[in-house]
Design a protein around this ligand. Structure first.
Ligand SMILES: NC(=O)C1=CN([C@@H]2O[C@H](COP(=O)(O)OP(=O)(O)OC[C@H]3O[C@@H](n4cnc5c(N)ncnc54)[C@H](OP(=O)(O)O)[C@@H]3O)[C@@H](O)[C@H]2O)C=CC1
Ligand SMILES: N[C@@H](CC(=O)OP(=O)(O)O)C(=O)O
Length: 344
């Protein structure tokens, strides 16, 4: 079975990751690439200024970039992946869903909307049921599904694994790679020999999106998890890979060995881009590290380590590749889930 996909914002940092991940995908075939009006009409090769560390796929390089609008995007595409700036996505994505397209989006608009599934397949695949609510409320034939923010996606599967011990409060501090800010996001003069202790809006996203992901959907209605999450976000001079220090307060008092087992045993899903084991747990307290561990599971596996019992619960570190598991790979996995569950 071949699913014809369109990439919205295909020339950007995340868009290029989509191209890298999808050009030899077993099911998805890239059939259209879109970008800003300035790039429309150019070849993808010229418009993209390819910056990913594998060669630009020739099958995509020669495609002509089209405008990002419901009129320009062909009707016969089965699925759209979106990595548009959120202000642009907020305008265009609803139009596309109204026109009947199914959109798996990485952009932050509407992530917390009550009728929009915010999904990590290993954590809350059942939240796709919200599509029925969304269609009923918005009158759409298509559908909008989101993946979370890259820092949120790094931590949340580990919290889902710990919830069996009664997750009550989480404190997390992040060390986020520069690629999260986009190619021109932070200048070299800002970040070399430095750490930036503020990333606008990031802390609030971690605090709210995690509660939605860990929450439940029953009869088409969403309830947030009641865990309290407090985040502190920092930009550091690594290129890719967000590292996070988590302090989780739990109702029960599991040993570090029991937590290790819960993380390592966290169940995977049977989808083409999913790692067999979602979370790898290191014994070595010096791991995970961004440069050494971000490409585990082709960039889709989350790593954890440094487990330590505290009076309130457990402390540990976790890591994920922010533009693969945290962005393009996350949308692709949601796209695979949409196909598997018959929404595409
Ligand atoms: N899940 C996550 O945590 C992550 C999410 N993101 C999100 O993904 C999105 C893209 O990020 P990133 O790839 O870094 O951004 P870039 O700026 O690198 O790319 C933006 C893309 O959108 C296109 N674009 C810009 N303006 C318009 C417009 N007016 N109309 C149509 N297309 C437009 C650009 O085309 P052109 O080349 O022509 O300018 C380009 O293809 C953002 O919303 C970002 O917040 C990013 C990283 C991680
Ligand atoms: N803010 C994230 C990347 C990002 O774009 O997040 P979001 O998709 O929530 O806007 C980072 O800096 O690493």
């Amino acid at each position: 079975m071949s699913v014809r996909v369109g990439l919205l914002g295909a020339t950007g940092a995340v868009g290029q990751r989509f191209v890298q991940l999808l050009h030899d995908h077993p099911t998805f075939e890239i059939a259209a690439v879109t970008a800003s009006p300035e790039s429309a009409g150019e070849s993808y090769r010229d418009a993209a200024k390819w910056r990913v560390d594998t060669p630009i796929p020739e099958s995509v390089a020669g495609m002509t970039v089209i405008e990002t609008s419901a009129e320009a995007i062909p009707d016969d595409l089965d699925l759209l992946f979106s990595s548009l700036p959120s202000g642009v996505a907020a305008e265009v994505e609803p139009e596309l869903c109204r026109a009947g397209h199914v959109v798996s989006s990485n952009s932050s608009n509407e992530r917390m909307a009550e009728d929009v599934p915010l999904t990590i397949p290993e954590v809350n695949a059942d939240h796709l049921d919200l599509i029925e609510t969304q269609r009923a409320e918005r009158g759409w034939d298509g559908a909008l599904v989101k993946n979370p923010n890259c820092s949120t996606i790094t931590m949340t599967p580990t919290l889902a694994a710990l919830d069996q011990f009664g997750l009550s409060r989480v404190h997390v501090s992040t060390l986020q790679a520069v690629s999260g800010a986009g190619y021109s996001g932070v200048t070299s003069m800002e970040i070399i020999d430095n750490v930036l202790p503020y990333i606008g809006g990031e802390e609030e996203k971690m605090e709210t999106e995690s509660r939605k992901l860990l929450g439940s959907v029953e009869d088409g209605e969403l309830s947030l998890h009641d865990v309290e999450v407090a985040a502190s976000c920092n930009r550091v001079p690594s290129l890719d890979g967000h590292l996070e220090n988590v302090f989780a307060e739990l109702d029960e008092n599991p040993t570090a060995a029991e937590v290790h087992e819960a993380l390592a045993d966290f169940a995977g899903v049977d989808l083409p881009s999913a790692p067999e084991q979602p979370i790898h747990v290191f014994e070595d307290p010096e791991r995970p590290q961004p440069r050494l561990d971000r490409m585990r599971g082709q960039g889709m596996q989350i790593s954890a380590g440094g487990l330590r019992e505290t009076p309130e619960g457990i402390q540990y570190n976790c890591l994920a590749h922010n533009t693969i598991r945290g962005a393009a790979g996350a949308s692709v996995l949601n796209g695979e889930l949409l196909v598997e569950e018959g929404w595409v």
